[in-house]
Design a protein around this ligand. Structure first.
Ligand code: SF4
Length: 327
């Protein structure tokens, strides 16, 4: 039997790692590098074994080189035939080369950023790499694998109904069996979660001290409005990076544009966007200056559309909500 603890640098997965130490038997700890984490999160994960005496966390990382090569071949063969303007084809072919950053390469391959309704990031950047590089090889040996997930029932309606221990399907081609164990499920308070880590000498990820409710991707595409304002205030270089990514991913997009955050988050921007669509001028007139990350940051500093767009406060039924892969 092999126990595998998923770690993200956040409070719940850190407490889960500490609980595994308290159990006193060997385990492996794994983290998925999305390429969109804050340096403090990498530091929190990389120092965990030094502070606790537990196992060093193994990083896994998705690689989309093959998918990007496949997309290049598809574009060369088909886009002009499908009526895509030659300048957009040339722009896409120029930019479609792997960068080695999983988040950016995923968006290059997909030709867009993920969104709440198309949240392919969790699966492609976290669930699949851990499955392919850790879980499946263990199951192939015939082992029983217990995957420890740091989720709490008190966090959301969806998590409330999860069982503490569960058999997981989807690996019937392999001789081993996979179970999920959720050791924090009945813990209600965040303070209790932090206390578990503290008794092993682990302080909270410093990002919590900056006022962020969750760590993980920095920022997450589901980032709350107030959190986006905090990111801009304290870590403006992260906004610079996203601005650069928007320009790159837009070049790989058939429409010629893609934004990190969904356009409909800001009611004023949404009205402008609907007007462009109504007049059939969306592709011609769209600009990242008008709809991109900088504009979203400006909106995040305003009062309009605030409370109802605090997305992480919502309860949505996604793979990350059930698996705790995105804290
Ligand atoms: S933290 Fe957010 S952006 Fe990152 S993989 Fe999860 S849902 Fe996607």
């Amino acid at each position: 039997m092999m126990h595998v603890v998923s770690v993200s640098g956040g409070k719940d997965s850190t407490a889960t790692y500490c609980r595994a130490i308290e159990r006193g038997l060997p385990f492996r700890a794994v983290a998925a590098d999305t390429g969109n984490e804050h340096p403090a999160t990498y530091e929190a994960v990389n120092s965990l074994h030094l502070k606790t005496g537990g196992p060093k966390v193994e990083w896994v990382k998705a690689d989309f080189s093959q998918q990007i090569a496949g997309k290049r071949a598809f574009i060369e063969k088909n886009w002009e035939k499908h009526g895509v303007p030659a300048d957009l084809v040339a722009r896409a072919l120029a930019v479609l080369h792997p960068t080695g950053n999983p988040f950016l390469d995923l968006c290059l391959w997909k030709g867009r950023f993920p969104s709440r309704k198309a949240q392919f990031c969790t699966e492609e950047l976290k669930v699949n790499p851990i499955d392919q590089k850790v879980t499946r090889p263990l199951l192939a040996t015939g082992a029983t694998v217990i995957s420890w997930q740091g989720v709490r029932a008190a966090e959301s309606e969806v998590r409330k109904y999860l069982p503490p221990f569960q058999r997981v399907g989807g690996h019937e081609d392999l001789p081993g069996q996979l179970y999920v164990y959720r050791p924090l499920l009945r813990i209600e308070s965040v303070e209790e979660v932090f206390a578990i880590a503290r008794r092993h000498g682990v302080d909270p990820n410093p990002l919590y001290g900056w006022g962020l409710r969750r760590v993980g991707c920095f920022p997450c595409i589901n980032c709350a409005k107030a959190e986006l304002a905090l990111v801009d205030q304290h870590f403006p270089e992260q906004i610079d990076r996203l601005e650069e990514w928007e320009a790159i991913v837009s070049d790989a997009c058939k429409r010629g544009y893609s934004t990190f955050f969904n356009l409909v988050n800001d009611p004023v921007m949404q009205a402008e966007w609907l007007e462009l669509e109504r007049t059939g001028l969306a592709i011609e007139r769209f600009s990242l200056e008008q709809f991109g990350i900088r504009r979203m940051v400006e909106w995040a500093k305003t009062d309009r559309g605030g409370r109802q767009y605090s997305l992480l406060a919502r309860d949505f039924n996604t793979v990350c909500n059930q698996w705790g892969a995105c804290e």
